[in-house]
Design a protein around this ligand. Structure first.
Ligand code: TXA
Ligand code: MG
Length: 340
């Protein structure tokens, strides 16, 4: 199969619609990362998404809808706090999990009676969703566990010959995936941190929780995606806390002496220290938004330029850095399934 990369035009949107209507998948840009989209009502399309990604079949998908889509088709109940959240963030990097009407394919939520819904703000995504007129399930458009894609070229690298069409909407500005927030309980619970922070949610609705599964108790996990090694570059990684930057420098010196191809990913303030010892450096940036935007692009670059990547965690831990840090830790773990 030939994989076309097309700018978003009336013609390419018509082509995308045709593919979606015949049960195929199309890669689409969003403001966070690229998604691999298929018709949420079509079992064949949903199955194809899992197959082409190699995604574990217990990790549910997010339904993406146009900003004017009537949610009552797919969600059963919306608590008042979720209405407030939708009014505050009508579109953008926030995914809300609701009780499902069960109308989408049962494969979407992998047996859960809930459905995750997101209205992306990216103009190209909105144009695509308007053209197709139905909810589109779309996980990040990467081979399962690989680094998420923030450009059409990243998607092409993972899926060349496996999907027919990539709609090219430029580089994703957000850079990390949406915040996933469960809206089935008394108060909202963040299942995955992202660009809409806990503080932003609390400002709108008051109380909000953050979910961390207690794996030692064999608890049933609310959002199975949180369990997997994920976002990982195809090179070895070593992760250091910003408090241990000296150890990271020593590790670089020791590893590069062994003749390995080593590179370093760190925030801008450490770059000179690593360059002094001759390191190839990847500059994560100097502020929170920049670090989120660059993260995946640099992890993908790392796998091209080195066999071992030394990563220094950013110093700041609050706001969107929670999401950035969560992705870095999952990218750098040596465990396939966390907590085992
Ligand atoms: O920004 C994003 O969210 C991107 C773009 C393409 O929209 N999509 C994305 O999809 O990151 P994916 O499939 O890579 O991650 C979906 C996350 C997973 O952690 C999954 O477990 C969780 O959402 N999720 C989906 N449906 C759920 C549900 N019904 N209940 C709980 N968690 C759910
Ligand atoms: Mg993903």
């Amino acid at each position: 199969m030939q994989t076309l990369i097309q700018p978003i035009t009336t013609e390419s949107l018509a082509q995308a619609k045709e593919i979606i209507e015949s049960g195929g998948v199309v890669a689409i840009p969003t403001e966070t990362v690229y998604g691999l989209g298929g018709n949420a009502f079509d079992d064949t399309a949903v199955k194809k998404i899992f197959e082409v990604k190699g995604r574990p079949n217990n990790n549910p998908l997010i339904a993406h809808v146009h900003k004017d889509y009537d949610l009552s088709n797919i969600i059963d109940y919306e608590p008042p706090y979720a209405k407030k959240l939708r009014a505050a963030f009508p579109c953008g990097p926030l995914t809300l999990v609701y009780p499902s009407t069960g109308k989408v394919s049962p494969l979407v939520s992998c047996g859960l009676n809930t459905l995750a819904v997101r209205v992306p703000s990216h103009e190209g995504a909105q144009a695509f969703l308007k053209t197709v007129g139905i909810p589109i399930v779309a996980p990040s458009a990467n081979i399962s566990r690989h680094v998420s894609p923030t450009s059409a070229a990243h998607v092409f690298d993972d899926f060349e010959g496996k999907i027919p069409l990539i709609l090219d909407g430029g580089e994703c500005q957000g850079g990390i995936e949406s915040t996933v927030c469960d809206c089935t309980g008394e108060i909202p619970t963040i299942l995955r941190s992202g660009l809409v922070t806990r503080e932003m949610i609390e400002e709108v609705v008051g109380a909000c929780e953050e979910y961390t599964p207690d794996l030692s108790k064999g608890e049933k996990v609310k959002s199975p995606g949180v369990l997997y090694k994920h976002y990982a570059p195809r090179c070895k990684t070593m992760l250091f806390s910003a408090k241990n930057v000296k150890n990271a420098i020593s590790a670089y010196v020791a590893e590069s002496l062994e003749n390995k191809e080593v590179a370093v990913l760190c925030e801008e303030k450490w770059i000179k220290d690593f360059q002094k010892v001759g390191a190839k450096t990847l500059n994560l940036g100097k502020n929170q938004a920049e670090m989120a935007t660059r993260l995946y692009k640099l992890l993908r670059e790392a796998e091209r330029i080195c066999k071992l990547l030394i990563v220094v965690e950013p110093t700041e831990k609050d706001g969107i850095m929670k999401g950035v840090l969560n992705r870095l830790q999952k990218a750098c773990t040596s465990e396939d399934v966390l907590g085992k």
